[in-house]
Write a protein that binds this ligand. Structure first.
Ligand code: 2DC
Length: 517
């Protein structure tokens, strides 16, 4: 095997974890300043960038191997394997894209301290190419530099600051109530006092209804029996958009466009569907806003707030609202599906969570916002889901200053990736990582740079607070109404389609708590 030859070469001698180097593994460099590393057990100097283990010499050959390993769907497992082979840091070059990969929380801290004033992550070229192709503006997700910063500062106030959370809660709570009412109806109709199904489609609708109600301050009506076919089309387009992104990650989309590749055409069609639906929603609100006198004191939603604030151009607002709407469907719905899957596999834990929710409900007499402050285990469950089943396989930054990680020198400008999926399953980072234990997030064990499901710092997920609140409320309502059970003992793994998804359908059974027939 070609790969094995490279792995066994002297350059990539397997290094042990955490810099506990054997003397033979230590190299001295004359070109580097003699900086003492912080590991007391070692006395080596900082090693140069070129000695970082890994496969970074032949990008084309590596791309070929990657493709042979079905890397487009296995990225998370390949990364985890690479850490096993090379240790806690490795360099990699796939096609034209080069990176340094790390796994330890302490190293993540070093990385994020070097992200600079304009943090920059890996550019998802298919996404920027589409916007260039159709002449759409980039939203805050795709912007960089000062343009990113000025937009982000304004969006933060309307989307992620604790101040606005109170506006979101009643809107999202209503969607949660409608969701459980819908499930009750489905159970009744089944005539079996239970409902066995792959919930993903219902969850997609829940997620889109939730994010839309916050963005637009009004309901789309997706919890009804008959739903707008355009809304369903929007949901389908997002799935296709993600699926067609990953094969284009390592091949320049410009090239694929010129040769008229099917994957590029499908990608364009998917984004076209996403943009036209978002545009319809935005136009609706925009028109209404111009007609109304604005006397109502009801919260009008993120879009109307931004328009009235008048600090961003309409084009900038549209671009970022479209991204929030598209980014808020698969991400939260899949995280909820994984959570239900884990709760079905852990019935005792499910009861424990139910008890917490019941106590919080009793203590707060229906003050839902106060209730959210009293469900730490529910919040822990979501963190635990994102640890084992993160949406993003990695977090990346182009560092803006030289750093030293695992005693290797990494020059400013390098793309450094934290293997989030690999970190979540690393026994050196999490005690018994294979176990789903929400309570680990309540205990005193270190949480330092370990809860990174939404990223970190000023470039973290803008939709974070919407997503968290939407998911917490969902779990509260589900736990108060239903018991979730699994079919058989089925292990479901992740597959990479730009985001990580369950590799096969997850079928669950939902039963009402009070068996009223
Ligand atoms: C994919 O190697 C793997 O939140 C690549 O809601 C590196 C990479 C870069 C950016 C990441 C992406 C990965 C996964 C999906 C992410 C994306 C940034 C934002 C996006 C994490 C890890 C996501 C899902 C957004 C998407 C919004 C979009 C639909 C408008």
């Amino acid at each position: 095997m070609a790969r094995c030859r490279v792995w066994c070469s002297p350059v990539t001698l397997p290094l042990s974890w955490r810099g506990e180097l054997t003397t033979s593994g230590v190299r001295y460099s004359s070109s580097m300043p003699a900086v003492r590393q912080s590991y007391p057990e070692s006395t080596s100097v900082v090693r140069p960038f070129n000695e970082i283990p890994g496969l970074w010499k032949n990008g084309v050959a590596n791309l070929y191997n990657f493709w042979k390993l079905d890397g487009f769907r296995n990225l998370h497992r390949i990364m985890a394997n690479n850490f096993n082979t090379f240790g806690p840091i490795y360099r990699e070059k796939i096609g034209y894209y080069e990176s340094v990969n790390i796994i330890n929380p302490e190293d993540a801290a070093i990385l994020f301290k070097a992200e600079g004033y304009y943090p920059k992550r890996l550019k998802v070229e298919p996404w920027t190419s589409y916007r260039d192709y159709r002449n759409h503006k980039y939203g805050v997700l795709l912007k960089d530099g000062e343009d990113w910063r000025s937009n982000r500062v304004i969006l933060n106030k309307e989307v992620i600051s604790p101040k606005v959370l109170g506006n979101f809660v009643p809107l999202l709570d209503e969607v949660g109530q409608d969701f459980v009412a819908r499930v009750h109806k489905k159970i009744e109709r089944s005539g079996q006092n239970k409902w066995t199904t792959d919930l993903s489609h219902e969850l997609f609708k829940y997620a889109l209804e939730s994010v839309s109600s916050v963005l637009y301050g009004e309901r789309l009506g997706l919890m009804l029996d008959y739903i707008d076919p355009d809304a369903q089309h929007f949901i389908d387009c997002i799935t296709v958009m993600f699926k067609t992104t990953s094969p284009m990650l390592y091949i320049p989309p410009g090239l694929l466009r010129r040769v008229g590749a099917k994957v590029w055409r499908d990608h364009v069609e998917a984004w076209d569907g996403i943009f036209s639906q978002a545009d319809r929603c935005i136009q609706n609100i925009y028109r209404r806003l111009r007609q109304e006198t604005g006397t109502s004191n009801k919260y009008p939603g993120v879009l109307a707030s931004l328009l009235m604030l008048d600090k961003l151009s309409i084009e900038d607002i549209k671009a970022s609202v479209t991204e929030l709407m598209a980014g808020g469907v698969d991400t939260t719905s899949i995280t909820l599906l994984w959570t239900l899957y884990e709760l079905a596999r852990h019935p005792n834990l499910q009861e424990e969570l139910r008890a917490e929710v019941a106590a919080a409900r009793a203590e707060t007499q229906g003050d839902i916002q106060e209730m959210l402050r009293r469900v730490p285990l529910v919040k822990g469950a979501l963190k635990e889901t994102l640890r084992l089943h993160p949406v993003a396989v990695s977090l990346q930054r182009y560092i803006t200053e030289d750093i030293i990680i695992q005693n290797y020198h990494i020059p400013s400008g390098t793309l450094v990736q934290l293997g989030l999926y690999a970190m979540g399953r690393d026994p050196k980072v999490f005690l018994r990582p294979e176990q789903y234990q929400p309570s680990r997030w309540l205990r005193t064990e270190s949480h330092y740079f370990r809860s990174l499901g939404f990223g970190f710092g000023p470039r973290q997920c803008l939709g974070r607070r919407i997503a968290e609140t939407e998911m917490q409320l969902f779990l509260i309502h589900m736990l108060e109404n239903f018991r979730v059970e699994k079919q058989r003992q089925v292990e479901v793994q992740s597959t990479f389609e730009l985001i990580l998804l369950p590799e096969k359908p997850i079928v669950l059974t939902v039963k009402p708590l009070q068996s009223s027939r």
